[in-house]
Ligand binder design. Structure first.
Ligand code: BGC
Length: 433
């Protein structure tokens, strides 16, 4: 069942980068550098601050330990996935690829496979003994024509609601659970926050990509998992009444958010909870690492729950890496892939980052993973899995970019009925065909 759901979310398509495939990328064989004597690896990610940067440092430590001769070159860029992916495209098109880059499993990875920008790394699965250590569903998402193209470093959940207990207390809201059965119930709580604590933002959100992230959780809640998955195989109509209703709820939620949202990435938006400036935040489970780094304690200082109306559903995404076609230093890329897929690498990295290891042979309790992470791992095993739009599991890069443009137009506009109608048309166009 789970497998079908993930695969349904991934589907085929992903034609955007096909153009680049015929164009500028160089094959590693003609990159002009010795691929066997590599002494460095340039790793391109958007993990540049907070727990993300710390997670990267953990992998770097394991790399240093295991491959002391290979220098880690941090090719990270700030600004979140959207701008990072744009910059990556520019570099790939200019024939200046990093040795390896962060890519989401699913349709996003499929884009790079179709564009022949990532190499077949099936040989490394054999060499590093990885064939049986990842969930088969995940491997299927990374495979084409029997070849596996990327190696997952972690699994994240996108549909999580985070709540600041002191703010809930001040507004007289329950402080034992942040689980809301529906978006409507959640809206009732936001109204209470607004009335009781007018200086507090009921729902904090960051810039456009965070708003698309919020939108996908509303679509999941309002449509349910099967109809949400249907958005990506044509069986659910983006232009239909169900999506219209969901978009109206999204518009309503946006009216409870901070006015300065477009100036911030996810971290400052989540930070508003820590500062008592916001009650709720819907964001992926890279948030607990931020909360824990400030010594906040789940259950005492903050609550987490599946985002409103999505209990029992796991909005999935996974980061993965490959050898870039034309990588200046293939050996460096391979060392990196060895490290990120190793037990040590996945433990060190994921413990700090908040995600769960993609490997299934790690005992999270024994390795000291947090309670949240242990619960996320359980949910990942038992919940219904759907793919994230914003984080590339269910949407191609172009679909994601178009969705970002559509949402930005709406949320920087009047957020009225006309805006909603345009948003729906533009989303329908983004996912058509
Ligand atoms: C990535 C995560 C990252 C998050 C916020 C997601 O797209 O998959 O690894 O923590 O963006 O930057």
């Amino acid at each position: 069942m789970r497998r079908t759901r993930i695969l349904a979310a991934v589907g085929a398509g992903a034609l955007l980068l096909g153009l680049a495939a015929c164009g500028d990328s160089k094959d590693s064989s003609d990159s002009g550098k010795d691929s066997t004597g590599g002494k460095q690896v340039e790793v391109f990610t958007w993990w540049t601050s907070g727990s993300e940067a710390l997670g990267l440092e953990e992998i770097e430590k394991v790399l240093k330990d295991k491959y002391p001769d290979i220098k880690f070159v941090n090719g990270g860029v700030t600004g979140g996935g959207g701008s990072a992916k744009d910059l990556l495209q520019t570099r790939l098109a200019a024939g200046e690829p990093p040795d390896t880059f962060q890519v989401h499993a699913g349709k996003e990875a499929q884009d790079y496979i179709d564009a022949k920008q990532v190499e077949d790394v099936s040989d490394l699965y054999d060499r590093f003994g990885l064939t049986d250590v990842f969930p088969q569903d995940l491997i299927d998402m990374l495979t084409q024509d029997g070849k596996i193209y990327t190696i997952p470093s972690n699994v994240h959940r996108a549909n999580v609601l985070w709540a600041a207990i002191p703010v809930l207390e001040a507004a007289g809201l329950p402080t034992d659970s942040a689980q809301f059965a529906s978006i409507d119930e959640f809206i009732a709580a936001l109204d209470k926050i607004k009335a009781a604590t007018p200086d507090v933002t009921p729902l904090s959100v960051g810039g456009t990509w965070c708003q698309v992230h919020l939108l996908e959780t509303v679509l999941i809640a309002e449509l349910g998992a099967p109809a949400y998955n249907g958005l990506f195989d044509g069986s659910t109509d983006w232009a239909g009444a169900e999506v219209k209703g969901a978009l109206e709820k999204f518009g309503k939620l946006m009216s409870y958010t901070n006015a300065d949202r477009d100036s911030m990435d996810w971290e400052p938006a989540s930070q508003m909870l820590l500062d008592g400036k916001a009650a709720f935040n819907i964001m992926g489970d890279w948030v607990p690492a931020l909360l824990d780094s400030k010594n906040l304690v789940a259950g005492k200082d903050y609550l987490y729950a599946a985002s409103p109306g999505t209990e029992g559903i796991y909005d999935f995404l996974a980061d993965s890496f490959s050898r870039t076609v034309g990588a200046p230093d293939k050996a460096g890329a391979e060392a990196w892939l060895d490290v990120i897929s190793s037990k040590e690498g996945q433990i060190g990295f994921n413990k700090v980052k908040g995600s769960i290891p993609a490997r299934t042979d790690i005992d999270l309790a024994a390795e000291g993973f947090s309670e949240y992470q242990q619960s996320a791992a359980e949910s990942f095993k038992s919940d219904t899995i759907v793919g994230s739009i914003q984080h590339g599991a269910a949407a191609t890069i172009k679909q994601g970019a178009d969705a970002n443009n559509a949402v930005s137009k709406f949320t920087t506009g009047a957020m009225d009925a006309a805006g909603l109608a345009t948003l729906q048309q533009e989303l329908a166009a983004a996912f058509a065909g």
